[in-house]
Design a protein around this ligand. Structure first.
Ligand SMILES: [Ca+2]
Ligand SMILES: [Ca+2]
Length: 452
């Protein structure tokens, strides 16, 4: 009777393991081809679309690496899990700038529409438009500055300076400095006799002279740098800076929601050394994932950098700049946000969260750690935490840059009185800056009704 010796059995299992479970590395390059096998730099794939064709077959330890210097337009998902010893990894190879995962597409085929206004086909909803990398302005009125509320409620705003005909502003967006600590941006549902009507913003404007402006209307596209997207007819309109012909420029429209979406209950995924830009919702979106590591990444010109519902995740050594909403929105438990750099976060009125937002980092959950981060220039509060969280050794400079009444640089969100919040602030807390002027809001800070 034939039996394997213990040594032979071991060797056989190693051989089988070697053939079955050897992790694979796939490469993606601007110079690749989707007909390649992807398994070496010389046979790299080219597109995110090709990556998605193989994404469901990834095993623990497998890696998808993007060549540095390239821009990859698309939305990645992670529907599989790694394990603690062998996470599935998204990363970079080669030399140069971080590979860019972009939420925008280049818009081409411009024809003259009227005067300096050009148009091009675009069916997907454009949230932002960039010309040679610079964000342009959604067509607005007035072109600069703010109008002032005369008398409003949570669903109306009356201003006798609004003299347009009945229905003129229907479907536009009104950006309102709705309180000391908030901007709201509801869609206008009705307009007549100087009164805008919109869904409830839950703040009573009253007779406070809050600033507001209107945007997202083609007939208000009347200046260089303004744009408008007609989703119904699939046309993007642009008056380019310096009256330029857009066919001579790189025009990009932000049309995708997420850079990487890690699915519900997936775990042990690493995202390293990638640059996320132009996503409508978030660079990385964790939807109930655990043990996800995000490190060495850059998040810029997008809504959230990271938006996570996660457990035991590590966000370390990333750079966030020019995010439109809260840089890191963590509805996590047991996660760590450490050694990140955040600069110019939520600094544009109307582009961040309505009602309550414009933070550097916000955690909602238990046993999170916010440590050793540098946070500079934040629309509202630098760090907002809830429940049982450790906050230590962070530097927060220039919070409440475009809002006030924020308890900056750190505050605990309102919650049940039974919560056990404890926070430490160490190192430099340079200042709690009180803005010296209020172009967006009340004309004076001293009004007793303006301060909560
Ligand atoms: Ca305008
Ligand atoms: Ca007024």
């Amino acid at each position: 009777m034939f039996t394997l010796s213990r040594t032979s059995a071991f060797l056989l299992s190693v051989m089988l393991l070697g053939t079955v479970a050897q992790p694979a590395t796939y490469h993606v390059s601007p110079n690749g081809a989707d007909s390649n096998n992807g398994t070496s730099p010389a046979t790299a794939w080219r597109s995110i679309a090709r990556v998605l064709q193989s994404i469901y077959s990834l095993q623990p330890g497998d890696r998808i690496l993007f060549e540095r210097g390239g821009t990859y337009r698309g939305e990645l998902i992670m529907p599989n899990s790694g394990n603690s010893a062998n996470p599935i990894q998204f990363g970079a190879y080669g030399t140069g700038a971080l590979p860019v995962i972009s939420g925008s597409d280049v818009v081409t085929g411009w024809v003259q529409h009227s005067g300096n206004i050009w148009r091009a086909p675009l069916t997907s909803g454009a949230k932002h438009v960039y010309v040679n990398g610079v964000r342009q302005t959604l067509a607005r009125f007035p072109n600069t500055g703010w109008l002032r509320n005369d008398q409003g409620t949570g669903t109306t705003l009356y201003d006798n300076a609004l003299t347009q005909g009945s229905g003129y502003w229907n479907g536009s967006t009104v950006v309102i400095r709705s309180t000391n600590w908030s901007y709201d941006a509801p869609t206008v549902s009705g307009f007549s006799n100087g009164t805008l009507t919109f869904p409830n913003i839950y703040y009573n404007l009253g007779s406070n002279d809050w600033g507001y402006f209107l945007c997202n209307k083609l007939s208000e596209l009347d200046a260089p740098g303004e744009w408008y997207h007609d989703a119904t007819n699939g046309q993007l309109y642009l008056w380019a800076p310096n009256n330029a012909n857009p066919n001579t420029l790189t025009v990009e429209a932000a049309i995708r929601d997420r850079g990487i979406n890690v699915y519900w209950s997936r775990q042990f995924v690493t995202i390293a050394d990638l640059a996320f830009q132009h996503q409508r919702l978030a660079g990385v979106w964790l939807d109930g994932a655990s043990n996800v590591t995000i490190t060495g990444c850059t998040f810029r010109e997008l809504y959230f950098g990271i938006r996570s519902v996660g457990t035991n995740c590590l966000y370390q050594g990333n750079t966030f700049h020019d995010t439109y909403a809260t840089a890191a929105m963590m509805l996590d438990n047991g996660s760590q946000f450490t050694s990140n750099t955040l600069t110019n976060i939520a600094m544009v009125p109307g582009l961040g969260e309505s009602n309550w937002g414009y933070f550097g980092v916000r955690t909602v959950g238990n046993n999170n750690i916010v440590r050793l981060n540098r946070i500079e220039n934040v629309g509202y509060i630098g760090i907002v935490v809830d429940k049982n969280v450790l906050v230590e050794k962070n530097v927060v400079r220039n919070p409440t840059a475009i809002l006030n009444d924020g308890g900056s640089p750190l505050t605990t969100a309102t919650g049940p009185s039974s919560r056990t919040t404890w926070c430490w602030m160490r190192w430099e807390v340079s200042k709690v800056r009180l803005p010296t002027s209020y172009p967006q809001g009340r004309s004076a800070m001293g009004s007793t009704s303006a301060i909560r």
